[in-house]
Structure formats: C-alpha cells, structure tokens
Ligand binder design. Structure first.
Ligand code: ADP
Ligand code: MG
Length: 258
C-alpha cells in the first residue's frame, strides 16, 4: 500500500520553490488499477518521479507499506516498487530475455548469465505480455508496442507489489494501447498488485481505471471512480468542450455532441 500525506511536489529554481501540485492526500491499494490523469504539464510525471523516490517532494510524506520511502535503501525500494518510464531505451546487443533478467537483479546477488530456473520465470513473464516468441530478439529491433511489453515484463520480473508506469501507451496505436491497459488491469486484479499509470488519454483511463486521480490547474486533485467523476461533473469542469460531453450511463463514457 502506498500512502501519500499532504504532499507538495515541484522543483526548486535558484532557491525558490516552484509548486506543481500541493496538498495531495492519496492512497493506492493492492489489487487496484489507478489512472493518474491530467493535461500535459499538470504534474503527472513529477508526481510519479516523486513517488518512486527519484526526486524530493517540496513537503509532505510518502509511505510504502508503512515505511517512509526516503528511508529505504535503493535495494529495499527496488523490492517494493518497479517503475516503467516512457523514454525509448537505446541499448544495442541486448535481447528481450536479458532485459527481463535485469528486472530480477534486486532478488539475486549475482548476475550475468541466466540460470535455468530464471529462464523458466522469464518465460512466464514473457507469456503474460504475449512476447514469448521475441525472447531472443534485440530490444532495439522491436516495434514500440513490443518494446513497451518487454519493459512491462521487466517490471514483472522485479516482482514488486507496486508498479508505476509513466504514459505507457504514449507511442502506441489504438489496439496496442487498449491491449496494454487491459493487460495491466488484469495484472492488478489477478496478481493483487497496486498499479499506477499516468496518461493524458482520458478516454482510455475511463475504460480501464478502478480509480482515477485527476490533476488539473482548475481544481485540487480529484479522486473517484470514472462513473463518480462523471456524475459529479468533475470531467465536465476540467475538460469542458463544445464537441463532446460525459455520460455516466454509457459504457463509452464520452459522447459526441453533434
Ligand atoms: P505532465 O507529466 O503531467 O505532462 P510534468 O510533471 O512533466 O507534467 O510537468 C509539470 C510541470 O513541471 C510543468 O510546468 C513543467 O514545465 C515543470 N517541470 C517539469 N520538469 C521540470 C524540471 N526538471 N525543472 C523545472 N520544472 C519542471
Ligand atoms: Mg509526463
């Protein structure tokens, strides 16, 4: 479980704090898929980096399984949370299997060659993301969707109760976007993991999220199920448009006005 108390996130420039979001009080439970939604620049990446302990908060606290994240060693942190970033990784001569094996590093004191029991596990992770046939392919020779699935398999190999993904669907076409989101939802529910995904694609978040955390400039962070945030008018206020409206009683949630 991840617990966020009165968190203020942002940057420090020339001794002055630049606040991106403040007063964040959030809970991420196991078995839950949470989508962190908001327009570009609203602070999604900043929040994920702060939650992963990659940057300091301006104030407030983050507890992961009741321990302050900034009191954990790198290895203790790596056993509790895996982070999948969007940036294209540019590694040559590294196979999908080797990338996934790297995810196991916090659990093994030694690495270099892959043992047969590790190979079996890696195969299971690749099967989960439907990438078994790509085991020996070089990572830089994959399509965006395949590479993203390999990075998810690597996060699975890290075998953590929490997984954070920053815009995992950013470079993907629609079928791949939906497939990856459904796969992550299945993972949260079937493996009882806490999964936090940032996305600026509201329509996809509406389809898959158990809970949405909505960041915006207009309102403090809004928390609720997709249906709740539609019913209470939050989306209408933050994403108001002449062209579409939000409806809570339709499985697609967004309706063109014309
Ligand atoms: P999002 O991921 O929702 O698009 P970001 O978290 O990347 O938003 O950015 C939130 C705000 O923080 C933006 O105004 C951005 O310009 C600013 N920002 C991002 N990175 C830095 C940085 N390294 N230093 C200063 N400001 C930054
Ligand atoms: Mg971002």
């Amino acid at each position: 479980m991840l617990s966020i108390n009165y968190l203020s996130i942002g940057y420090n420039r020339k001794g002055k704090n630049i606040v991106v979001q403040s007063d964040l009080n959030l809970l991420l439970n196991s078995g839950e898929l949470v989508c962190l939604v908001g327009p570009n620049g609203s602070g999604k990446s900043t929040l994920l980096r702060t939650l992963a302990g990659l940057q300091q908060p301006l104030s407030g606290q983050i507890f992961i399984d009741d321990e302050d994240i900034f009191s954990l060693s790198a290895r203790q942190k790596a056993l509790r949370l895996a982070m999948v970033l969007t940036e294209r990784i540019d590694i040559e001569n590294t196979t999908v299997e080797q990338i996934v094996a790297m995810g196991m590093q916090p659990h093994t004191s030694w690495w270099g060659t892959i043992s047969s029991s590790q190979k079996k596990k890696i195969n299971d992770y690749l099967e989960f993301v439907n990438l078994q046939a790509f085991k020996d392919r070089f990572i830089n020779k994959l399509s965006d969707g395949e590479r993203q699935r390999a990075m998810i398999a690597r996060a699975l190999a890290q075998d953590t109760p929490h997984i954070f993904l920053d815009e995992p669907t950013a470079h993907l076409d629609l079928p791949n976007r939906i497939e990856i989101m459904l796969l992550l939802r299945h993972l949260a529910h079937s493996a009882d993991k806490a999964i936090l995904i940032s996305t600026h694609e509201l329509e996809i978040a509406l389809q898959v999220a158990d809970i949405i955390w909505l960041l915006s400039n207009e309102l403090p962070v809004q928390i609720g199920t997709p249906a709740e945030l539609i019913a209470n008018g939050t989306f209408e206020r933050v994403f108001n448009s002449e062209n579409y409206s939000f409806i809570a009683d339709n499985e697609y949630f967004i309706k063109l006005k014309k």
